[in-house]
Design a protein around this ligand. Structure first.
Ligand SMILES: Cc1ncc(COP(=O)(O)O)c(C=O)c1O
Length: 348
């Protein structure tokens, strides 16, 4: 007998990538950034007057939204901040999907999406990506009846970025809200922000966890039409972004060029690693993200375990369609040299 709602008692919940604590792993499993955040973050932290913590933070994260408006060219009224973009996804479910309603999401994709449907007590509509892990052209028809459609572009764990034409077709044809999760967009060639002017039903979310090197802070942003943002504001916790995150997030946005330079370094490392892994016999999917998704020449579960044995933590999903692959986050050049050497030992 459980005291929880049936919808909760039935499920096991989301399982995050392993956080090994103090164990000396090279951690390439949760797409964190190998480089430190912008140095001015340290200055702001040092100069922050700790007495201020007795007060609540500004509820709407105004200064953060102002800084984001300046960087992204979207009015601050069309921006909402979250305790990580996961928080914004939870807000989305509570805003747009009734209990007993239906959530559509691409599959395979971010493994949190189906869990969010379960938590809300909603039905699932998994829209399968095609054989190349691309968004199918008839995605809207496949998701008919759902009120919210979640997709990641670039996609996780596959790393590809769906053709913009297919995304636009979905936004045009889908009757509900289309949520484009751009967690990895700073490592990609284009983004979907221009779609905000074209489609009132589009939401775009971003995170500070990947390109800004601030996964520990928990900070995300979402952009949409005024009407959609207003509805989401009713649902969010009153103080969902703490005071320090607001200051540090604002600073990170002011230092956006630092982030962009790091993203370029990671893209260069990604290109080099992909070539080396291909030379070692892996099938490497083209990546627009800070990770690569590959089918190694030996069984993926074995390669994952052997890498772990050698001190390299990568991600393996024992799930249909992706169980022959491993996902490797792009680390520093030195970390990746070590990883390639291990792959040579394991697969050579
Ligand atoms: C597609 C996607 N969206 C969102 C997130 C989570 O972002 P945040 O750290 O902002 O909650 C992740 C994390 O791995 C992700 O892969």
């Amino acid at each position: 007998m459980s005291y929880a709602r049936d919808a909760i008692a039935r499920i096991s919940g989301y399982v995050p990538g392993e956080q090994p604590g103090d164990k000396p792993f090279v951690k390439l499993n949760t797409n964190e950034n190998p480089y430190a955040p912008a140095p001015r973050i340290a200055t702001v932290l040092r100069e922050f007057s700790w007495e201020r913590l007795r007060l609540y933070p500004e509820p709407s994260a105004k200064m953060l939204r102002e800084a984001a408006a300046a960087v992204y060219g979207v009015p601050m009224e069309q921006i909402i901040c979250g305790n990580g973009s996961d928080d914004l996804l939870t807000i989305a479910l509570r805003t747009f999907v009734d209990q007993g309603g239906c959530l559509a999401y691409t599959a395979p994709s971010y493994s949190l999406y189906p869990v969010l449907a379960d938590l809300q007590g909603a039905k699932h509509c998994a829209v399968n990506l095609d054989e190349n892990f691309e968004l199918p052209e008839n995605a809207a028809a496949l998701a008919a009846g759902a009120s919210l459609f979640l997709m990641a572009r670039p996609n996780a764990p596959t790393g590809n970025s769906f053709p913009l034409a297919n995304v636009k077709k979905l936004c045009r044809e889908f009757a509900g809200v289309v949520w484009i999760d751009e967690a990895y967009v700073d490592f990609a060639d284009d983004n979907c922000l221009p779609l905000l002017d074209e489609f009132p039903n589009v939401v775009i979310s971003r995170t500070f966890s990947k390109s800004f090197s601030l996964a520990g802070l928990r900070l995300g942003l979402a952009f949409s039409s005024l009407e959609i943002i207003r509805e989401m504001e009713k649902v969010k916790d009153s103080y969902n972004v703490d005071m320090l995150s607001q200051y540090l997030g604002k600073t990170a946005l002011e230092e956006v060029d630092y982030m962009r330079a790091n993203a370029e370094k990671i893209k260069a490392t990604r290109r080099e690693c992909a070539e080396q892994l291909k030379a070692l016999g892996s099938h490497v999917l083209p990546s627009q993200a800070n990770f690569i998704f590959l089918r190694p020449p030996k069984p993926a579960a074995e390669v994952f375990a052997a890498l772990r044995e050698k001190g390299y933590l990568v991600r393996y999903f024992a799930l249909p369609r992706v169980c022959d692959y491993i996902r490797i986050s792009i680390g520093s050049d030195e970390q990746m040299r070590g990883l390639i050497a291990c792959m040579r030992d394991i697969c050579g």
